[in-house]
Design a protein around this ligand. Structure first.
Ligand code: G6P
Ligand code: ZN
Length: 543
């Protein structure tokens, strides 16, 4: 086996975004593209000599080939060992768990999350640090710097490692351990939740539909929900991961998981519905006749987590990303918990979790999780909901209505304008930025602006700062609109407009969300000139 030093040149645009480097798959497949980035990861983390890493991905197109390249590059640069999920598969939370449990020096996750997969779609690579979480900006900056100066990379000339069979193998001097991707994760879930109570719930005839969206949670959900908890066969649908996710977007929201939402709105719907995304870190929660927004889900989980054995002593604190609704803030203030507001991106929760300041975190982008790993965790959220349903004996509808009665309701929706020309989107934000100081006191669509600012964050643990994290406009009476450009898109720009209003009158709880927010939506357009700047009449997606 020969160790090759391959000459290369810096490739432009290898800057990791909100969650690693995401590009079109064919870009990743261009000569040296993946190799340059992987070698730059090694540089950015101070080399891999003698280190142990975890490796796995969501099974999308190119996952298997990329895994072999990464293994050969790890071996060539002197890594001691790589722990790989069988078939090069690992959900993001399962990878985070393995990194932590086996006390490794970090890991590489191959995924573009909820973006579609296939030769014409997206691929991604991200590095997670030894705490199991996405690399903080300081590390991704070093990686990016390395991509700008790279001249050579090291790779072993070798046959593929057989990743289909479990067990220990070698690649040059490096050890490769192929592990069951589900086993350790399933054990972790058993340690957190009352599996007996959930099994009893299923045994009593409780029905559920889990849509794995042809993505990575299929094997996990089949093993845990059907295998261990006794949910009837067929509870998990679209359960076999496919390289192009069955041709769909593996994004659990009312648009891309419409089939599940439609089913749940039927009179004979199952009691509980859920879905997860490409790499298994997002979740969508539904009950018969009700869709639970991610922000509400976070609030309900915070209010009820103590019903699950893993959280029986209560929470140390909660955290949400800035655009996430303030429903969880209401729970925190009533329960006397610290509540943190962070920029968008799971990595910002890492320090709070590590420092024991927060136990539960969540984002409006369908992510919820806790300190059990350092990623958001789709199936974990589903199991915590199941534990709460089993412990309370209530339906999802009842839980939501009781929650709103106790804490009030934050009605919430996100409007996305996708594939907007990047310059026009930037101009919208810039115009808004220059107008911020003039907004307070002005009225739009009958709403008076109380305050307006651009969100910046100082990490309370290490003092690091992040600025330019989205523009917030607060209205009198508790309404709010947030404007932000997506950090995960691969084509043009996506403008996200987050609309929120407080609703305390129980008579209004049943109101249609879009209707309830219609005046805030009009105000948002008047404030930011969305139509004018984007040339769009309506959003592409309303979550
Ligand atoms: C990824 C991250 C999330 C984040 C989301 C935001 O999914 O893992 O933590 O909330 O991106 O995406 P956006 O497209 O709004 O930047
Ligand atoms: Zn994801």
């Amino acid at each position: 086996m020969e160790r090759l030093t391959v000459k290369t040149r810096p490739i432009e645009g290898q800057k990791p975004g909100t969650s690693g480097l995401r590009k079109k798959t064919h870009t990743f497949m261009e000569p040296h593209y993946l190799e340059n980035f992987v070698q730059s990861i090694w540089t950015g983390i101070g080399g891999v000599e003698g280190k142990t890493l975890v490796l796995g991905g969501d099974g999308r197109y190119f996952n298997d080939r990329a895994a072999q390249v990464i293994l050969r590059m790890a071996a060539a640069s002197g890594a001691k060992k790589v722990i790989v999920g069988q078939g090069a598969l690992l959900s993001t939370p399962a990878a985070s768990n393995l990194i932590r449990k086996r006390q490794t020096d970090g890991g590489i996750i191959m995924s573009a999350s909820h973006n579609p997969g296939g030769p014409e779609e997206d691929f991604g690579v991200k590095f997670n640090t030894p705490n199991g979480g996405p690399a903080p900006e300081e590390v991704t900056n070093r990686i990016f710097e390395a991509t700008k100066t790279i001249e050579t990379y090291e790779i072993l000339e070798a046959h593929d490692v057989d990743l289909a069979i479990l067990g220990n193998k070698t690649l040059g001097d490096m050890e490769v351990e192929v592990v069951d991707p589900v086993a350790d994760y399933a054990e972790l879930m058993r340690s957190l939740f009352d599996f007996d109570a959930i099994a009893k719930l299923f045994a009593s005839g409780f029905t559920m539909r889990f849509d794995a969206m042809h993505a990575i949670t299929g094997p996990y959900a089949c093993a845990i929900l059907e295998g261990t908890l006794g949910a009837p066969g067929g509870t998990v649908v679209n359960s076999v991961p496919s390289p192009n996710f069955g041709g769909g977007h593996p994004d659990p929201n009312p648009i891309w998981a419409k089939g599940l939402v439609d089913l749940m709105m039927e009179p004979e719907a199952p009691d509980f519905g859920a879905a997860s995304d490409g790499d298994g870190d997002r979740n969508m929660i539904l009950g018969r006749g009700i869709y639970v927004t991610p922000s509400d889900s976070l609030a309900v989980l915070a209010a009820n987590a103590h019903l699950a054995p893993g959280y029986k002593d209560g929470l140390k604190g909660v955290a949400r990303s800035m655009p996430t609704s303030r429903a969880v803030d209401r729970v925190a203030s009533k329960m006397g918990l610290d509540c943190y507001e962070t920029p968008t991106g799971w990595k910002f929760f890492g320090n709070l979790l590590d420092a024991g300041r927060a136990t539960l975190c969540g984002e409006e982008s369908a992510g919820t999780g806790s300190d059990h790993v350092r990623e958001k965790d789709g199936l974990w959220a589903v199991l915590l909901w199941l534990n709460i349903l089993a412990a309370t004996g209530k339906s999802v509808q009842q839980i939501m209505h009781d929650h709103w009665e106790s804490f009030g309701r934050n009605v919430y929706s996100r409007h996305d304008y996708e594939g907007v020309d990047a310059d026009r989107a930037a101009a919208l934000m810039e115009t808004l930025r220059t107008r911020l100081d003039t907004l307070p006191g002005q009225s739009f669509a009958g709403r008076t602006v109380e305050a307006a600012d651009e969100f910046s964050y100082e990490d309370p643990v290490d003092g690091s700062r992040a600025s330019g994290q989205g523009i917030r406009v607060m209205f009198e009476g508790g309404g709010r609109v947030v404007f932000r450009l997506s950090g995960t898109g691969t084509v043009g720009a996506t403008l996200r407009v987050y609309l929120e209003d407080e609703m305390d009158d129980p008579a209004r709880f049943g109101e249609d969300t879009q209707k309830a927010l219609s005046d805030i939506a009009v105000a948002a357009d008047e404030i930011a000139g969305i139509r004018e700047h984007t040339g769009r009449d309506a959003p592409d997606v309303r979550t």
